[in-house]
Design a binder for this molecule. Structure first.
Ligand SMILES: [Zn+2]
Length: 708
């Protein structure tokens, strides 16, 4: 098949019904694959979303590959490796991963919805073109939708079969749809038949191919209820979707305003916190209704809304889907992206719309919802929620819903709230009162251990999709003595919330923070003798040393360590931190520390390049890691090439992160570089750094003048 036969590209104006068509196509594809009973058939679908605010090429490939791995129930070795090291694979690598996983299948259907929503999309379009032109992807058939933009048109024309949404079939469909609605609704049933025919004519003609427009007009008519008002509306139909929304918001019953606003805002808040593939449980909208409302309102209005009331009052603004299953109360989304576009437009600032408007996309606008999440989490009643959540998590692995992180958290309101709080604290896309986040991340608070356990359970089950969860699993530190919030500081640094860490250190009495000692567990997938994962429980220690070491647990950026080197001066021993840190330092791995190198800072702060009194020297450890820059820097700063550790020093405690280096005592750095035997100590890194790097290092050592 040519690329044109392997790709359908559906294009149309906003509101033409592309997304509805896409949902239909996806259902059809799922049925086709399932009914074929062929395990070598698979599908995956991806929705582009403007809120991602990026070219979605990488996100798209990651998602598709992960979906296909799930179908194949296998993870290619290369992909596992890059995940294990928590690297961000390049597009080329991702395409290679896709090629690898495709080997498991004979045909694969991929659906990409709303290509135009990708913010800048050159790369995404290039990836689609690659998939259609490279013979290794011949098994893939694509279905792509987008608005009619010139760049997309140019690219898609030559590689796909284009289908316009503006055709007579769509217009006929709109008429059929309108007629069916008029027939099925009890409100419309009360109208005389000739008026219903008039409405059908007016809406079919007025829609001009915009399905969405017709759907909205029916919602307006439904809200107007009375024939007289409906006649006026039909006589003066809005032309655009913008005008249509203006009318919808103007005719929302005053009693419903509060609840419609809550539902819209919370849905948009959810989208801002989570990627679009994490669904919003309908039950959450109900549970959170009184969280954000005034207390007074809650007292005056004892009516607890149910899902039917939400559906009724939100009408065509929100979509409610699913429901019925024990694990699934149904999920909610904005019915159409034009709802969001309208609420953020200046047009929405007038009339009754202004009660619902949410101009701009600034994250502070979501503070109210975010604060509600945290307050709920920190309340004493949260204990009940925690039990609820733990019971829910007990079911992990026994129900198919747990294969999908999104469904997993959406299936239970407590779980949803927890991970939403987590996501906000960790990822920081939503501004929130810092003290709420401090409390939330405080290991001394009762909710915290539950949270850590839940995150660990999810991670062990393979929920890799939330960066917050996987990170949290790597490092669980609890202060043994914490006068001023050291545990909070550790969690903030671990999540790279340096802005909040600085705020924490401005609190009264914060100077006492450095008196604390941290202990806990570091779950590391690297760096032990056999190259396997292990849990490491460091002895209670200084936060700077712990962070210097914790960077080995897969950290990429040294910014948290540098933060500590700045703020904790005088409260740590630079030489000890150097010994903890040197094993992870490597400029060849990535360039993250090239501009602001913690190794140089430590030496500048007076760290002894020979680390006298320890079982081995920083130079020996750098040699094990084939750390060319580390070796050169240490030598320039006066490290002794012949030093081989202190005879008197005790070995590092067995099982500890540094224990593996006790064995270097007595072996010169150059010998370590030459000897294959010692390379095993470097563990995982040697898979990445081949012999060339070792040779380069060897030459680096040989060329530098020997300091006597
Ligand atoms: Zn460096």
């Amino acid at each position: 098949m040519s690329s044109k036969d392997r790709c359908l590209w559906v294009h149309g104006i906003p509101g033409a019904g592309k997304t509805v068509l896409t949902s239909y196509v996806i259902r059809k594809v799922i049925r086709t694959v399932e009914e074929s009973g062929d395990p070598r058939s698979a599908y995956a679908y991806y929705y582009c979303h403007h809120a991602h605010n990026q070219d979605e090429a990488a996100a798209f490939l990651r998602w598709i590959v992960s979906q296909l791995c799930r179908s194949a129930q296998i993870v290619p070795e290369a992909l596992y490796e890059s995940h294990r090291l928590r690297l961000q694979p390049s597009l080329e690598e991702l395409l290679r991963h896709l090629g690898l996983v495709l080997e498991r299948f004979s045909r694969v259907f991929i659906v990409v919805d709303a290509l135009d929503e990708s913010q800048s999309r050159e790369t995404l379009i290039r990836v689609i073109r690659d998939i259609l032109s490279d013979p290794q992807f011949l098994k893939v058939q694509l279905f792509v939708t987008s608005r009619e933009y010139i760049d997309i048109e140019r690219a898609m024309e030559s590689i796909s079969t284009p289908i316009s949404m503006s055709n007579q079939f769509v217009e006929e469909d709109i008429r059929t749809f309108v007629a069916a609605r008029l027939k099925s609704s009890s409100i419309f049933q009360r109208w005389p038949e000739d008026f219903r025919t008039e409405v059908e004519e007016a809406l079919s003609a007025g829609a001009k191919g915009m399905f969405r427009w017709a759907v909205c007009q029916l919602d307006i008519l439904r809200r107007l209820k009375h024939q007289k008002k409906a006649r006026e509306a039909i006589g003066n139909l809005p032309r655009t979707l913008g005008e249509t929304y203006e009318r919808i918001f103007s005719c929302i019953d005053p009693e419903d305003i509060e609840i419609v606003r809550h539902c819209l805002w919370w849905t948009m808040f959810h989208n801002a916190v989570w990627d679009s593939h994490i669904p919003l449980p309908a039950q959450v909208l109900i549970d959170t209704y009184y969280l954000t409302a005034d207390d007074e309102l809650a007292d005056d209005n004892p009516l607890i809304p149910d899902i039917e009331i939400l559906k009724e009052s939100c009408g065509c603004l929100l979509s409610f889907t699913g429901g019925g299953d024990d694990f699934d109360d149904g999920v909610v989304s904005l019915a159409h992206y034009t709802v969001r576009e309208y609420l953020q437009s200046s047009r929405a600032l007038t009339g009754q719309s202004s009660l619902f408007a949410r101009p701009g996309t600034g994250s502070t606008l979501y503070e109210v919802e975010a604060a509600a999440v945290f307050k709920q989490l920190l309340k004493l009643e949260a204990e009940v929620d925690l039990k609820d959540m733990e019971n829910h998590l007990e079911g992990i692995g026994e129900h198919p819903v747990f294969d999908d992180f999104g469904l997993m958290i959406a299936a239970n309101t407590s779980v949803y709230r927890f991970f939403t709080g987590f996501q906000i604290a960790w990822v920081g896309k939503i501004a929130v009162e810092p003290s709420l986040i401090f409390d939330f991340l405080d290991p001394q608070k009762p909710h915290f251990a539950h949270l850590a356990n839940a995150a660990h359970k999810l991670y062990m089950h393979g929920c890799y999709e939330s960066e917050a969860i996987s990170k949290f699993t790597y490092l669980r530190l609890t202060p043994s003595d914490d006068p001023a919030g050291l545990g909070i500081l550790a969690n903030l640094l671990w999540s790279h919330r340096l802005d909040l860490a600085a705020k924490l250190l401005q609190r009264p009495g914060a100077a006492r923070i450095w008196q604390g000692r941290l202990s806990g567990e570091v779950f590391s997938e690297i760096w032990n003798d056999s190259g396997r994962s292990f849990n490491y429980t460091p002895p209670p220690g200084n936060i700077v040393e712990l962070f210097a070491f914790a960077l080995t647990a897969g950290e990429e950026s040294p910014d948290s360590l540098n933060f500590l080197l700045d703020h904790a001066q005088g409260h740590f021993n630079p030489t000890s931190v150097l010994i903890h840190y040197i094993g992870i330092h490597h400029h060849g791995y990535n360039e993250t520390c090239a501009g602001d190198c913690p190794l140089r800072r430590l030496l500048g702060l007076g760290a002894d390049p020979n680390a006298r009194g320890y079982p081995c020297t920083p130079l020996q450890i750098a040699a094990v890691g084939r750390d060319l820059h580390g070796v050169q820097t240490l030598l320039q700063e006066g490290a002794d090439r012949g030093a081989t550790g202190s005879i008197e020093a005790d070995d590092w405690e067995a099982g500890s992160a540094l224990a593996t280096f006790s064995g270097l005592r007595g072996i010169e750095a150059l010998e370590i570089v030459k000897s294959l035997e010692h390379r095993a100590l470097g563990g995982w890194r040697h898979k990445k750094y081949d012999d060339d790097a070792a040779m380069e290092l060897l030459m680096g050592l040989a060329e530098l003048p020997i300091s006597e």
